[in-house]
Design a protein around this ligand. Structure first.
Ligand SMILES: Cc1ncc(COP(=O)(O)O)c(C=O)c1O
Ligand SMILES: N[C@@H](CCCC[NH3+])C(=O)O
Length: 419
């Protein structure tokens, strides 16, 4: 069920008219639905419920808002973090240290130390040297660091090149055929509890075939490692499940994913870990924007909105599609380009797309903006950082303020030789 739906022709987030939020908070603004977050969290939990031992860690890079994390913590989700900052957020949101997994290809010594100090559940190692440093840090404190080795299965995820992570040429993980030798050396190091493997082959995967191929290779590796005498108790299967962005997008369901995982992992006898991001929050968010001008142009007219690439970077970065609709459509359509105010030609959300007819002052939304939206926002062009609102039933709360350029200026220093 979509918790963003129309009543009397006006788009609502749960029971709140989008126009009421825009009036109270201004635009652009991200709006998230608590009910959608909860539903997606529950759907995935249910799809994986038959597996013997499961741990789900929300990839908080997708949406690190503390309120969003709080909703997911209440659903029993842990966190997959990729920086010290994300680790602190997960803890601040009430996630238990032991439910936190630390991924990331460039964890610094300070970040590894922070993870040890906080007693997090697992480090996902990206290379042997990282494991050596972690082991030494842990050993120095009389600890043993729980870790898995991320392998790169060289599988084509069939997703956008900039969000593929499981091809041999990508920077992530160690080549799967190098894993046994690394295990032999690393597992016996004092301070290291090397207990399994991890993979994550990419994001926005619409089909299960690449995941199944990758998981199958991991299954073979687990057998090989066990044959070599290693105790393998944990396998982290990463995230990557896609969501529908375009009207006719077909993506595999959580149920099909669960069935595939059950089939492929039937004889693994491990704790399975998952790191979903987009699947949980993608469709739980909208970016609400106001039309500034409708500007005639040589081709199609430009609908210039007050949201821009600094608020939602995905179209400019990945040519990503985000459906646009008017909050109170007239029923008429026209073909237009949609662009933001930033001084870049690439600051476009759509080119030559049939959309609701809108005029200056009208409200519109970009859908499926709950993942990799606000979290990737910047202040480019000295624009304010976009605020975020969480809705639940007929209530809403501002869960991140609009941070004005003046505030950010206060964080800078002009040295005396410039003054
Ligand atoms: C290691 C890791 N885990 C999980 C995720 C979450 O991916 P997604 O949002 O596609 O589920 C990512 C991002 O691609 C990632 O790099
Ligand atoms: N930022 C990307 C996803 C990156 C996934 C992280 N490894 C997107 O918006 O689609």
């Amino acid at each position: 069920m979509d918790h963003f739906n129309r009543r009397n022709g006006v788009l609502h987030a749960e029971d709140v008219p989008i126009s009421a939020i825009a009036e109270a908070v201004g635009t652009p603004v991200y709006v998230y639905s608590t009910a959608t977050l909860e539903r997606h969290a529950q759907v995935l939990k249910a799809a994986l419920a038959d597996l013997p031992r499961v741990h789900i860690a929300f990839a908080i890079k997708a949406n690190p808002n503390l309120a969003v994390l709080g909703v997911l913590a209440k659903q029993g989700y842990g966190a997959d973090v990729v920086s010290g900052g994300e680790l602190k957020r997960a803890l601040a949101a009430g996630m238990k240290p032991e439910d936190i997994v630390f991924s990331g290809v460039g964890k610094t010594r300070a970040e590894l130390q922070l993870g040890l100090d906080e007693g997090i559940g697992q480090f996902n190692l990206e290379l042997e040297e990282e494991g050596e440093v972690l082991a030494d840090l842990a050993h120095a404190q009389g600890k043993s660091a729980p870790a898995v080795l991320r392998v790169n299965p060289d599988v084509d995820a069939g997703t956008h090149a900039k969000i593929s992570t499981g091809k041999a040429e990508n920077k992530f993980g160690v080549a799967i055929d190098r894993a046994p030798a690394i295990f032999d050396r690393l597992a016996k190091r004092p301070g290291m509890n090397l207990r399994g493997v991890a993979i994550h082959i990419g994001s926005q995967l619409k089909t299960l075939a690449p995941l199944e191929a990758a998981y199958t290779r991991v299954g073979e590796l687990v057998a090989q490692l066990r044959a070599a005498g290693h105790a393998i108790t944990h396998v982290d299967l990463g995230g990557g499940l896609g969501v529908p962005y375009e009207p006719d997008d077909q993506v595999s369901s959580a149920e099909d994913f669960g069935a595939m995982v059950r089939r492929v992992t039937a004889d693994w006898d491990v704790t399975l870990m998952f790191e979903p991001g987009r699947f949980i929050c993608g469709n739980a968010g909208l970016l609400v924007t106001e039309v500034i001008w409708v500007k005639p142009a040589a081709g199609h007219p430009y609908v210039i909105v007050d949201a821009a690439m600094n608020d939602l970077a995905r179209p400019a970065l990945y040519d990503a599609y985000h459906a646009f609709e008017a909050v109170a459509p007239t029923g008429e359509k026209f073909v237009a380009n949609i662009a933001g105010p930033v001084c870049e030609t690439g600051d476009t959300f759509a080119m030559g797309r049939e959309i609701d007819v809108v005029k200056s002052g009208d409200l519109g939304v970009f859908r499926t903006a709950g993942a990799y939206g606000a979290t990737m926002a910047s202040t480019y062009n000295s624009r304010a950082l976009v605020p975020e609102v969480l809705v639940s039933g007929d209530r809403f709360a501002v869960v991140a303020d609009r941070i004005q350029p003046e505030t950010i200026m206060g964080a800078e220093r002009v040295p005396e030789w410039v003054r």
